[in-house]
Write a protein that binds this ligand. Structure first.
Ligand code: ARG
Length: 485
Protein backbone atom coordinates (compact mmCIF):
# COMPACT_ATOMS: atom_id res chain seq x y z
CA UNK A 1 0.00 0.00 0.00
CA UNK A 2 2.81 2.37 0.78
CA UNK A 3 5.53 0.81 -1.30
CA UNK A 4 7.73 3.08 -3.37
CA UNK A 5 7.15 5.83 -0.89
CA UNK A 6 3.59 6.44 -2.08
CA UNK A 7 1.64 7.86 0.78
CA UNK A 8 -1.83 6.48 1.21
CA UNK A 9 -2.32 7.76 4.72
CA UNK A 10 -1.51 11.21 5.83
CA UNK A 11 -0.64 11.97 9.39
CA UNK A 12 -3.53 12.61 11.70
CA UNK A 13 -1.40 15.08 13.60
CA UNK A 14 -2.79 18.60 13.32
CA UNK A 15 -3.42 17.95 9.66
CA UNK A 16 0.28 18.18 9.08
CA UNK A 17 2.02 16.35 6.31
CA UNK A 18 4.63 14.01 7.59
CA UNK A 19 7.88 13.31 5.88
CA UNK A 20 7.33 9.60 6.21
CA UNK A 21 10.21 8.45 4.06
CA UNK A 22 12.82 10.81 5.40
CA UNK A 23 15.22 9.20 7.81
CA UNK A 24 14.56 9.94 11.42
CA UNK A 25 16.95 12.61 12.61
CA UNK A 26 17.28 11.03 16.07
CA UNK A 27 18.48 7.62 14.96
CA UNK A 28 19.04 8.04 11.21
CA UNK A 29 22.56 6.66 11.51
CA UNK A 30 21.31 3.12 11.93
CA UNK A 31 18.58 3.28 9.25
CA UNK A 32 18.80 3.30 5.47
CA UNK A 33 15.15 4.16 4.94
CA UNK A 34 12.43 6.00 6.82
CA UNK A 35 9.30 4.40 8.23
CA UNK A 36 6.30 3.22 6.29
CA UNK A 37 3.38 5.64 6.54
CA UNK A 38 1.41 3.03 8.48
CA UNK A 39 4.35 2.59 10.83
CA UNK A 40 4.27 6.29 11.47
CA UNK A 41 0.56 6.18 12.22
CA UNK A 42 0.73 3.29 14.63
CA UNK A 43 3.90 4.56 16.27
CA UNK A 44 3.27 8.26 16.73
CA UNK A 45 1.87 9.38 20.08
CA UNK A 46 2.16 13.12 19.57
CA UNK A 47 -1.61 13.52 19.03
CA UNK A 48 -2.17 12.71 22.67
CA UNK A 49 1.15 12.99 24.49
CA UNK A 50 1.47 16.67 23.57
CA UNK A 51 -0.50 17.11 26.78
CA UNK A 52 2.72 16.25 28.63
CA UNK A 53 4.60 19.24 27.22
CA UNK A 54 4.70 21.25 30.44
CA UNK A 55 5.91 18.28 32.50
CA UNK A 56 8.39 17.35 29.75
CA UNK A 57 9.96 20.79 29.77
CA UNK A 58 9.97 20.93 33.57
CA UNK A 59 11.81 17.59 33.60
CA UNK A 60 14.26 18.69 30.91
CA UNK A 61 15.12 21.90 32.73
CA UNK A 62 15.79 19.96 35.94
CA UNK A 63 17.94 17.48 34.00
CA UNK A 64 19.82 20.25 32.20
CA UNK A 65 20.62 22.14 35.40
CA UNK A 66 21.83 18.97 37.05
CA UNK A 67 24.08 18.15 34.04
CA UNK A 68 25.64 21.62 34.30
CA UNK A 69 26.09 21.35 38.07
CA UNK A 70 27.87 18.04 37.53
CA UNK A 71 30.08 19.56 34.79
CA UNK A 72 28.62 17.22 32.20
CA UNK A 73 27.31 20.25 30.29
CA UNK A 74 28.97 23.67 30.04
CA UNK A 75 27.13 26.57 31.65
CA UNK A 76 26.77 28.22 28.23
CA UNK A 77 25.14 25.19 26.67
CA UNK A 78 22.90 24.74 29.72
CA UNK A 79 21.82 28.38 29.57
CA UNK A 80 21.04 28.12 25.85
CA UNK A 81 19.08 24.90 26.39
CA UNK A 82 17.06 26.35 29.26
CA UNK A 83 16.29 29.54 27.34
CA UNK A 84 15.21 27.50 24.31
CA UNK A 85 13.02 25.22 26.42
CA UNK A 86 11.29 28.21 28.03
CA UNK A 87 10.56 29.70 24.62
CA UNK A 88 9.19 26.38 23.40
CA UNK A 89 6.95 26.19 26.45
CA UNK A 90 5.50 29.56 25.48
CA UNK A 91 5.10 28.57 21.85
CA UNK A 92 3.11 25.49 22.84
CA UNK A 93 1.06 27.30 25.48
CA UNK A 94 0.13 29.97 22.94
CA UNK A 95 -0.68 27.46 20.22
CA UNK A 96 2.18 28.59 17.97
CA UNK A 97 4.03 25.28 18.00
CA UNK A 98 3.77 23.03 14.93
CA UNK A 99 3.68 19.40 16.00
CA UNK A 100 4.97 16.71 13.67
CA UNK A 101 3.89 13.07 13.64
CA UNK A 102 7.17 12.19 11.93
CA UNK A 103 8.83 13.18 15.19
CA UNK A 104 6.67 10.62 16.99
CA UNK A 105 6.16 12.06 20.40
CA UNK A 106 6.34 15.14 22.57
CA UNK A 107 9.92 14.45 23.63
CA UNK A 108 11.32 14.43 20.10
CA UNK A 109 9.11 17.28 18.93
CA UNK A 110 10.51 19.48 21.64
CA UNK A 111 14.09 18.37 21.11
CA UNK A 112 13.88 18.95 17.34
CA UNK A 113 12.49 22.43 17.90
CA UNK A 114 15.24 23.11 20.41
CA UNK A 115 17.79 22.23 17.75
CA UNK A 116 16.16 24.69 15.34
CA UNK A 117 16.41 27.35 18.00
CA UNK A 118 19.85 26.85 19.53
CA UNK A 119 21.68 24.51 17.17
CA UNK A 120 23.93 21.61 18.12
CA UNK A 121 23.90 22.29 21.86
CA UNK A 122 20.34 20.90 21.81
CA UNK A 123 21.80 17.46 21.16
CA UNK A 124 23.59 17.54 24.51
CA UNK A 125 20.37 17.69 26.56
CA UNK A 126 19.73 13.99 26.04
CA UNK A 127 23.04 13.04 27.67
CA UNK A 128 22.54 10.51 30.45
CA UNK A 129 18.84 10.01 29.87
CA UNK A 130 16.53 8.13 27.54
CA UNK A 131 12.96 8.64 26.45
CA UNK A 132 12.15 5.72 28.71
CA UNK A 133 12.99 7.49 31.95
CA UNK A 134 11.85 10.76 30.42
CA UNK A 135 8.31 9.58 29.63
CA UNK A 136 7.97 7.80 32.97
CA UNK A 137 8.94 11.04 34.70
CA UNK A 138 6.64 13.23 32.59
CA UNK A 139 3.68 10.95 33.04
CA UNK A 140 4.23 10.65 36.78
CA UNK A 141 4.41 14.43 37.07
CA UNK A 142 1.19 14.74 35.08
CA UNK A 143 -0.62 12.19 37.22
CA UNK A 144 0.60 13.94 40.38
CA UNK A 145 -0.55 17.37 39.14
CA UNK A 146 -3.94 15.93 38.21
CA UNK A 147 -4.24 14.10 41.51
CA UNK A 148 -3.67 17.35 43.41
CA UNK A 149 -6.38 19.06 41.38
CA UNK A 150 -8.87 16.23 41.90
CA UNK A 151 -8.24 16.19 45.66
CA UNK A 152 -9.05 19.93 45.74
CA UNK A 153 -12.16 19.46 43.58
CA UNK A 154 -13.38 16.70 45.86
CA UNK A 155 -12.90 19.07 48.80
CA UNK A 156 -15.20 21.62 47.14
CA UNK A 157 -17.70 18.84 46.44
CA UNK A 158 -17.64 17.91 50.14
CA UNK A 159 -18.27 21.54 51.06
CA UNK A 160 -21.33 21.65 48.79
CA UNK A 161 -22.64 18.46 50.39
CA UNK A 162 -21.99 19.86 53.88
CA UNK A 163 -23.87 23.07 53.11
CA UNK A 164 -26.93 21.11 52.00
CA UNK A 165 -26.56 18.70 54.92
CA UNK A 166 -26.55 21.63 57.33
CA UNK A 167 -29.65 23.14 55.72
CA UNK A 168 -31.35 19.75 55.97
CA UNK A 169 -30.11 18.38 59.28
CA UNK A 170 -33.78 18.23 60.41
CA UNK A 171 -35.40 17.30 57.10
CA UNK A 172 -36.93 13.85 57.45
CA UNK A 173 -37.00 11.44 54.54
CA UNK A 174 -37.44 7.70 54.19
CA UNK A 175 -34.26 5.71 54.51
CA UNK A 176 -34.19 2.66 52.26
CA UNK A 177 -32.74 -0.79 52.17
CA UNK A 178 -33.45 -2.87 49.05
CA UNK A 179 -35.01 0.41 47.85
CA UNK A 180 -37.89 -0.46 50.19
CA UNK A 181 -38.81 2.11 52.83
CA UNK A 182 -36.88 1.03 55.92
CA UNK A 183 -36.58 3.67 58.64
CA UNK A 184 -36.90 7.44 58.61
CA UNK A 185 -33.58 9.29 58.28
CA UNK A 186 -32.66 12.91 57.80
CA UNK A 187 -31.69 14.23 54.40
CA UNK A 188 -28.64 15.79 56.00
CA UNK A 189 -27.57 12.38 57.25
CA UNK A 190 -28.05 10.88 53.80
CA UNK A 191 -25.87 13.56 52.21
CA UNK A 192 -23.20 13.07 54.88
CA UNK A 193 -22.83 9.48 53.68
CA UNK A 194 -21.49 10.92 50.42
CA UNK A 195 -19.18 13.26 52.34
CA UNK A 196 -17.68 10.15 53.92
CA UNK A 197 -17.23 8.47 50.54
CA UNK A 198 -15.58 11.55 49.07
CA UNK A 199 -13.33 11.67 52.13
CA UNK A 200 -12.14 8.13 51.47
CA UNK A 201 -11.71 8.97 47.79
CA UNK A 202 -9.46 11.89 48.70
CA UNK A 203 -7.54 9.61 51.02
CA UNK A 204 -7.03 7.08 48.23
CA UNK A 205 -5.76 9.74 45.83
CA UNK A 206 -3.46 11.18 48.50
CA UNK A 207 -2.17 7.73 49.36
CA UNK A 208 -1.50 6.88 45.71
CA UNK A 209 0.29 10.19 45.31
CA UNK A 210 2.58 9.42 48.24
CA UNK A 211 3.66 6.21 46.55
CA UNK A 212 4.07 8.01 43.21
CA UNK A 213 6.79 10.10 44.74
CA UNK A 214 9.98 8.50 43.48
CA UNK A 215 11.65 9.99 40.43
CA UNK A 216 12.47 7.78 37.41
CA UNK A 217 14.71 10.40 35.76
CA UNK A 218 18.29 9.22 35.38
CA UNK A 219 17.36 5.53 35.11
CA UNK A 220 18.15 6.17 31.43
CA UNK A 221 17.10 3.42 29.00
CA UNK A 222 17.01 0.68 31.64
CA UNK A 223 20.41 0.23 33.29
CA UNK A 224 21.37 3.66 34.58
CA UNK A 225 24.21 5.68 33.09
CA UNK A 226 27.98 5.92 33.22
CA UNK A 227 27.81 9.72 33.56
CA UNK A 228 28.30 11.14 37.07
CA UNK A 229 24.72 12.40 37.36
CA UNK A 230 23.01 13.46 40.59
CA UNK A 231 19.64 11.79 40.68
CA UNK A 232 18.88 13.16 44.11
CA UNK A 233 19.18 16.69 42.73
CA UNK A 234 16.73 16.10 39.86
CA UNK A 235 14.33 14.25 42.16
CA UNK A 236 14.38 17.19 44.57
CA UNK A 237 14.03 19.78 41.82
CA UNK A 238 10.92 18.05 40.53
CA UNK A 239 9.32 17.73 43.96
CA UNK A 240 9.85 14.00 44.37
CA UNK A 241 10.86 12.49 47.71
CA UNK A 242 13.67 10.42 46.24
CA UNK A 243 15.03 8.89 43.04
CA UNK A 244 13.52 5.52 42.09
CA UNK A 245 16.00 3.00 43.45
CA UNK A 246 16.00 0.43 40.66
CA UNK A 247 16.55 1.61 37.10
CA UNK A 248 14.69 -1.34 35.55
CA UNK A 249 11.69 -0.76 37.77
CA UNK A 250 11.88 2.99 37.24
CA UNK A 251 11.30 2.79 33.48
CA UNK A 252 8.80 -0.05 33.54
CA UNK A 253 6.63 0.90 36.52
CA UNK A 254 3.13 2.17 35.79
CA UNK A 255 1.68 1.38 39.22
CA UNK A 256 1.19 5.08 39.79
CA UNK A 257 -1.15 5.24 36.78
CA UNK A 258 -2.99 2.09 37.83
CA UNK A 259 -3.42 3.37 41.36
CA UNK A 260 -4.70 6.67 40.05
CA UNK A 261 -7.21 4.85 37.84
CA UNK A 262 -8.23 2.60 40.69
CA UNK A 263 -8.92 5.59 42.95
CA UNK A 264 -10.69 7.27 40.03
CA UNK A 265 -12.87 4.21 39.41
CA UNK A 266 -13.99 3.99 43.02
CA UNK A 267 -14.62 7.74 43.09
CA UNK A 268 -16.64 7.51 39.85
CA UNK A 269 -18.61 4.63 41.33
CA UNK A 270 -19.55 6.81 44.32
CA UNK A 271 -20.58 9.68 42.06
CA UNK A 272 -22.59 7.22 40.00
CA UNK A 273 -24.53 6.10 43.08
CA UNK A 274 -25.44 9.64 44.04
CA UNK A 275 -26.32 10.37 40.41
CA UNK A 276 -28.66 7.40 40.46
CA UNK A 277 -30.33 8.70 43.62
CA UNK A 278 -30.76 12.12 42.03
CA UNK A 279 -32.41 10.50 39.02
CA UNK A 280 -34.80 8.59 41.28
CA UNK A 281 -35.46 11.49 43.66
CA UNK A 282 -36.16 13.98 40.86
CA UNK A 283 -38.74 11.72 39.17
CA UNK A 284 -42.37 12.87 39.41
CA UNK A 285 -43.20 9.72 41.38
CA UNK A 286 -40.66 10.49 44.12
CA UNK A 287 -40.44 14.26 43.80
CA UNK A 288 -37.96 14.50 46.71
CA UNK A 289 -35.68 17.00 45.01
CA UNK A 290 -35.79 19.55 42.21
CA UNK A 291 -32.67 19.87 40.09
CA UNK A 292 -31.84 23.29 38.73
CA UNK A 293 -32.43 24.34 35.13
CA UNK A 294 -28.67 24.59 34.86
CA UNK A 295 -28.18 20.85 35.16
CA UNK A 296 -31.26 19.50 33.37
CA UNK A 297 -32.56 19.48 29.82
CA UNK A 298 -36.00 19.66 28.26
CA UNK A 299 -37.58 17.31 25.78
CA UNK A 300 -38.11 18.31 22.18
CA UNK A 301 -41.53 16.65 22.15
CA UNK A 302 -42.81 16.45 25.74
CA UNK A 303 -43.15 19.97 27.12
CA UNK A 304 -43.54 18.85 30.75
CA UNK A 305 -40.18 17.11 30.88
CA UNK A 306 -37.12 18.14 32.81
CA UNK A 307 -34.52 15.44 32.32
CA UNK A 308 -31.63 14.85 34.73
CA UNK A 309 -29.10 14.43 31.90
CA UNK A 310 -26.07 15.53 33.91
CA UNK A 311 -26.87 13.00 36.61
CA UNK A 312 -27.44 10.29 34.02
CA UNK A 313 -24.11 11.02 32.36
CA UNK A 314 -22.29 11.00 35.69
CA UNK A 315 -23.99 7.67 36.38
CA UNK A 316 -22.57 6.38 33.09
CA UNK A 317 -19.02 7.80 33.16
CA UNK A 318 -17.81 5.06 35.46
CA UNK A 319 -17.87 2.86 32.36
CA UNK A 320 -15.00 4.56 30.59
CA UNK A 321 -13.07 5.25 33.80
CA UNK A 322 -13.17 1.66 34.96
CA UNK A 323 -12.51 0.69 31.34
CA UNK A 324 -9.30 2.71 31.40
CA UNK A 325 -8.10 0.89 34.49
CA UNK A 326 -8.90 -2.43 32.92
CA UNK A 327 -7.17 -1.47 29.66
CA UNK A 328 -3.94 -0.45 31.36
CA UNK A 329 -3.92 -3.50 33.61
CA UNK A 330 -4.18 -5.70 30.53
CA UNK A 331 -1.42 -3.75 28.75
CA UNK A 332 0.92 -4.19 31.71
CA UNK A 333 0.28 -7.82 32.56
CA UNK A 334 2.89 -10.13 31.11
CA UNK A 335 5.20 -7.31 29.95
CA UNK A 336 8.79 -8.41 30.46
CA UNK A 337 11.16 -5.89 32.00
CA UNK A 338 12.01 -3.22 31.24
CA UNK A 339 10.36 -0.71 28.90
CA UNK A 340 8.10 -1.97 26.08
CA UNK A 341 6.41 0.20 23.50
CA UNK A 342 3.15 -1.31 24.73
CA UNK A 343 3.47 1.17 27.55
CA UNK A 344 2.78 4.06 25.22
CA UNK A 345 -0.83 2.82 25.47
CA UNK A 346 -0.87 4.04 29.08
CA UNK A 347 -1.78 7.62 28.26
CA UNK A 348 -4.92 8.11 26.16
CA UNK A 349 -7.27 6.17 28.39
CA UNK A 350 -5.86 7.74 31.54
CA UNK A 351 -6.17 11.26 30.12
CA UNK A 352 -9.75 10.48 29.14
CA UNK A 353 -10.54 9.01 32.55
CA UNK A 354 -9.01 11.98 34.37
CA UNK A 355 -10.83 14.53 32.19
CA UNK A 356 -14.15 12.81 32.69
CA UNK A 357 -13.71 12.32 36.41
CA UNK A 358 -12.94 16.01 36.86
CA UNK A 359 -15.98 16.90 34.79
CA UNK A 360 -18.17 14.59 36.89
CA UNK A 361 -16.93 16.03 40.19
CA UNK A 362 -17.47 19.61 39.02
CA UNK A 363 -20.93 18.89 37.58
CA UNK A 364 -22.00 16.96 40.68
CA UNK A 365 -20.79 19.81 42.88
CA UNK A 366 -22.92 22.22 40.85
CA UNK A 367 -25.96 19.96 41.01
CA UNK A 368 -25.70 19.52 44.77
CA UNK A 369 -25.19 23.24 45.28
CA UNK A 370 -28.33 24.08 43.24
CA UNK A 371 -30.53 21.26 44.48
CA UNK A 372 -33.84 22.11 46.20
CA UNK A 373 -35.27 19.53 48.58
CA UNK A 374 -39.04 19.06 48.70
CA UNK A 375 -39.31 18.82 52.47
CA UNK A 376 -43.07 18.19 52.73
CA UNK A 377 -42.95 15.42 50.20
CA UNK A 378 -39.97 13.76 51.86
CA UNK A 379 -41.61 14.00 55.28
CA UNK A 380 -44.86 12.47 54.05
CA UNK A 381 -42.99 9.66 52.29
CA UNK A 382 -40.92 8.99 55.41
CA UNK A 383 -44.01 7.69 57.22
CA UNK A 384 -45.21 5.44 54.43
CA UNK A 385 -44.40 1.73 54.52
CA UNK A 386 -44.48 1.28 58.33
CA UNK A 387 -41.03 2.83 58.69
CA UNK A 388 -41.41 3.24 62.45
CA UNK A 389 -41.99 -0.46 63.05
CA UNK A 390 -38.49 -0.79 64.51
CA UNK A 391 -39.25 2.06 66.91
CA UNK A 392 -42.33 0.18 68.04
CA UNK A 393 -40.35 -3.01 68.58
CA UNK A 394 -37.64 -1.11 70.45
CA UNK A 395 -40.34 0.38 72.71
CA UNK A 396 -41.63 -3.11 73.54
CA UNK A 397 -38.09 -4.14 74.47
CA UNK A 398 -37.31 -1.01 76.46
CA UNK A 399 -40.59 -0.50 78.31
CA UNK A 400 -42.02 -4.02 78.56
CA UNK A 401 -38.62 -5.72 78.79
CA UNK A 402 -39.61 -8.07 75.96
CA UNK A 403 -36.84 -10.05 74.20
CA UNK A 404 -36.20 -8.38 70.82
CA UNK A 405 -37.22 -11.45 68.85
CA UNK A 406 -40.64 -11.51 70.59
CA UNK A 407 -40.99 -7.76 70.08
CA UNK A 408 -40.24 -8.27 66.38
CA UNK A 409 -43.04 -10.84 66.21
CA UNK A 410 -45.60 -8.64 68.01
CA UNK A 411 -44.68 -5.69 65.80
CA UNK A 412 -45.05 -7.84 62.71
CA UNK A 413 -48.61 -8.68 63.75
CA UNK A 414 -49.36 -4.99 64.32
CA UNK A 415 -47.97 -4.14 60.87
CA UNK A 416 -50.18 -6.81 59.32
CA UNK A 417 -53.17 -5.39 61.19
CA UNK A 418 -52.43 -1.87 59.96
CA UNK A 419 -52.00 -3.18 56.45
CA UNK A 420 -55.39 -4.91 56.67
CA UNK A 421 -56.98 -1.71 57.99
CA UNK A 422 -55.26 0.30 55.25
CA UNK A 423 -53.71 2.69 57.79
CA UNK A 424 -50.31 3.57 59.27
CA UNK A 425 -49.07 2.15 62.58
CA UNK A 426 -49.80 5.34 64.51
CA UNK A 427 -53.39 5.27 63.21
CA UNK A 428 -54.18 1.98 65.00
CA UNK A 429 -56.21 2.51 68.18
CA UNK A 430 -54.79 1.56 71.57
CA UNK A 431 -57.49 -1.11 71.80
CA UNK A 432 -56.43 -2.63 68.50
CA UNK A 433 -52.83 -2.73 69.70
CA UNK A 434 -53.74 -4.18 73.08
CA UNK A 435 -55.62 -6.96 71.32
CA UNK A 436 -52.23 -8.05 70.03
CA UNK A 437 -50.20 -7.28 73.20
CA UNK A 438 -52.22 -6.30 76.24
CA UNK A 439 -49.37 -4.51 78.08
CA UNK A 440 -49.06 -1.78 75.42
CA UNK A 441 -49.94 1.69 76.80
CA UNK A 442 -50.64 4.93 74.96
CA UNK A 443 -47.05 5.97 75.60
CA UNK A 444 -46.33 3.92 72.46
CA UNK A 445 -47.62 6.77 70.31
CA UNK A 446 -44.72 9.01 71.35
CA UNK A 447 -42.27 6.85 69.39
CA UNK A 448 -44.34 6.29 66.29
CA UNK A 449 -44.02 9.63 64.45
CA UNK A 450 -41.13 9.93 61.99
CA UNK A 451 -39.76 13.00 63.78
CA UNK A 452 -39.69 11.10 67.07
CA UNK A 453 -38.03 8.24 65.28
CA UNK A 454 -35.10 10.22 63.85
CA UNK A 455 -34.69 12.25 67.04
CA UNK A 456 -34.21 9.02 68.97
CA UNK A 457 -31.35 7.75 66.76
CA UNK A 458 -28.68 9.46 68.82
CA UNK A 459 -26.02 6.74 68.72
CA UNK A 460 -22.69 7.91 67.30
CA UNK A 461 -23.03 8.30 63.54
CA UNK A 462 -26.82 7.92 63.77
CA UNK A 463 -29.40 9.98 61.94
CA UNK A 464 -30.60 12.21 64.82
CA UNK A 465 -30.32 15.90 63.84
CA UNK A 466 -27.89 16.52 66.71
CA UNK A 467 -25.63 13.72 65.52
CA UNK A 468 -25.80 15.09 61.97
CA UNK A 469 -24.75 18.52 63.21
CA UNK A 470 -21.92 16.98 65.21
CA UNK A 471 -20.62 15.21 62.12
CA UNK A 472 -20.96 18.36 59.99
CA UNK A 473 -18.86 20.20 62.56
CA UNK A 474 -16.26 17.45 62.57
CA UNK A 475 -15.99 17.55 58.76
CA UNK A 476 -15.80 21.33 58.60
CA UNK A 477 -12.93 21.29 61.09
CA UNK A 478 -11.16 18.56 59.18
CA UNK A 479 -11.49 20.37 55.85
CA UNK A 480 -10.29 23.61 57.41
CA UNK A 481 -7.24 21.80 58.83
CA UNK A 482 -6.45 20.30 55.45
CA UNK A 483 -6.80 23.70 53.79
CA UNK A 484 -4.40 25.18 56.31
CA UNK A 485 -1.76 22.49 55.84
N1 ARG B 1 6.29 7.84 23.26
C1 ARG B 1 6.90 6.86 24.08
C2 ARG B 1 5.95 6.40 25.18
O1 ARG B 1 5.01 7.06 25.41
C3 ARG B 1 8.14 7.41 24.70
C4 ARG B 1 9.16 6.41 25.06
C5 ARG B 1 9.70 5.79 23.83
N2 ARG B 1 10.87 5.03 24.10
C6 ARG B 1 11.39 4.20 23.18
N3 ARG B 1 12.44 3.57 23.49
N4 ARG B 1 10.84 4.06 22.01
O2 ARG B 1 6.11 5.40 25.80
Amino acid sequence: MTQNGKKSHSSSCDGQESSSKAQNKMWGGRFAAGPDALMERINASIDFDKRLYEQDIRGSIAHCRMLAAQNILTDEDAAAIERGLREIREEIAEGRFVFSAALEDIHMNIEARLREKIGDAAGRLHTARSRNDQVATDFKLWVRDTTDRIIAQLGAYQQALLDQAEAHADTVMPGFTHLQAAQPVTFGHHLLAYVEMAGRDRGRFADARRRANSCPLGAAALAGTSFPIDRFATARALGFDEPAANSLDAVSDRDFALEFLSAASICAMHLSRLAEELVIWSSAQFDFVRLSDGFTTGSSIMPQKKNPDAAELIRAKIGRILGAQNALMVVMKGLPLAYGKDMQEDKEALFDAADNLELCILAMTGMIRDLKANEERMHAAAGQGFTTATDLADWLVRVLNMPFRDAHHVTGRLVRLAEEQGCDLQDLTLEQMQAVEERITDEIFTVLGVDNSVASRTSYGGTAPDQVRTQIRRWRERLAEEDAS
